[in-house]
Design a protein around this ligand. Structure first.
Ligand code: GTP
Length: 324
């Protein structure tokens, strides 16, 4: 369930701030992950002209705001007390769209660093891997990190090395080389800006496979206070039930909210997502009803060795037995 957010002042929900150059894929990610848009339909998306804020509210553990920034967003030069702030750059951002309403004067607010970073947040910088050289984009990233850190030292910084698909990225080796190169350059730029203490996580992503869901899952987990407890519970579960791996999924978005401490491999994750799709499809045909939030009515247990348990609030627990 994703809806527009009526005001900027809601500090109770953590924020995921999607930033990065124009056409790098920010809106596509939002649409594919949270609004089930088929990836090829993103080809027809128009550029974002004002900050678009949405609320993801699928279940008690998945509640956050997603801010989609225009590629050429600059912080407003007018500071909170009304004077000239240290923002620099053109005054571009500062308006907020609401679904179906466009930018009405009611939605307008000045967006300075405090307005953007002054709450628990993850900065997700989307870098188009097919758009080398990245120099300009990385300079922009470091500028954002510096601004974010000055307001919110616990800001999570994540870089999506995005669009690693198609003919350009056929081999895994090429992807790994690209990631290594970008990480190296980011570290260098951060050192030059005396920001080497900032931890930046990089993910290779594409909307054409599950990588974007895996990466987004990790971000959501970082913003979830209950994560250590959930991980512990899943650890107990797999050891008590002799399971190989367990995930706690949000059915609607297919993001996993927690997993046990065994390593995650992409194939298992993909298999689980496919299985959820099958279970949802079959359940729809054979009588388990789902409401608009994807919640099953009552718990359902499969007798198969790979079991799926529907919990309340649209989450699914996936269990896989250890092969004897
Ligand atoms: N090959 C490939 N193309 C992608 C991917 N993600 C997005 N795109 C394409 O990139 C183009 C730009 O996507 P948008 O989502 O509009 O980019 P944006 O960053 O929101 O752009 P602005 O609003 O201008 O800042 C579209 O044609 C998408 O189809 C991806 O993972 N792989």
């Amino acid at each position: 369930m994703i809806s527009s957010v009526p005001q900027l002042t809601d500090l109770t929900k953590p924020r995921i701030l999607l930033m990065g150059p124009r056409r790098s894929g920010k809106t596509s990610i939002l649409r594919v992950v949270f609004q089930k848009m088929p990836p090829h339909e993103t080809l027809f998306l128009e550029s974002t002209h004002a900050v678009d804020i949405r609320l993801a509210n699928n279940n008690p553990f998945l509640q956050f705001q997603i801010w989609d920034f225009p590629g050429d967003f600059f912080f407003n030069r007018v500071s909170r007390n009304g004077g000239e702030g240290g923002g620099g750059g053109r005054e571009l951002g500062g308006s907020m769209t609401q679904e179906g309403e466009g930018e009405g004067p009611k939605g307008r607010e000045l967006l300075d660093e405090v307005g953007v970073f002054g709450a628990p947040a993850a900065l997700v910088f989307v870098l188009d891997a097919q758009d080398e050289p990245y120099h300009e984009a990385l300079t922009r990233l470091v500028d954002l990190v510096a601004r974010g850190q000055s307001v919110n030292p616990s800001l999570h910084v994540v870089v999506f090395i995005h669009k690693v698909d198609g003919d350009l990225f056929l081999s895994d080796e090429h992807k790994v080389d690209c990631q290594r190169d970008v990480q190296h350059r980011i570290a260098q730029e951060l050192r030059d800006a005396s920001l080497e203490h900032v931890e930046v996580s990089c993910f290779l992503t594409s909307i054409y496979d599950h990588s974007i869901f895996e990466a987004f899952s990790k971000i959501v987990q970082r913003l979830t206070h209950q994560l250590p407890v959930m991980e512990n519970l899943l650890n107990y579960l797999i050891s008590a039930c002799k399971m190989e791996k367990s995930f706690l999924f949000d059915v609607v978005s297919r993001l996993y909210l927690a997993t046990d401490s065994n390593p995650v491999d992409m194939q298992t994750y993909e298999m689980c997502v496919d299985m959820i799709d099958v279970v949802v499809d079959v359940s729809c045909i054979y009588g388990v009803k789902y409401d608009a939030k994807g919640e099953a009515e009552g718990p359902v247990y499969d007798s198969d060795s790979s079991s799926t348990i529907h919990l309340s609030n649209g989450m699914v627990l996936y269990l896989r037995e250890v092969d004897e």
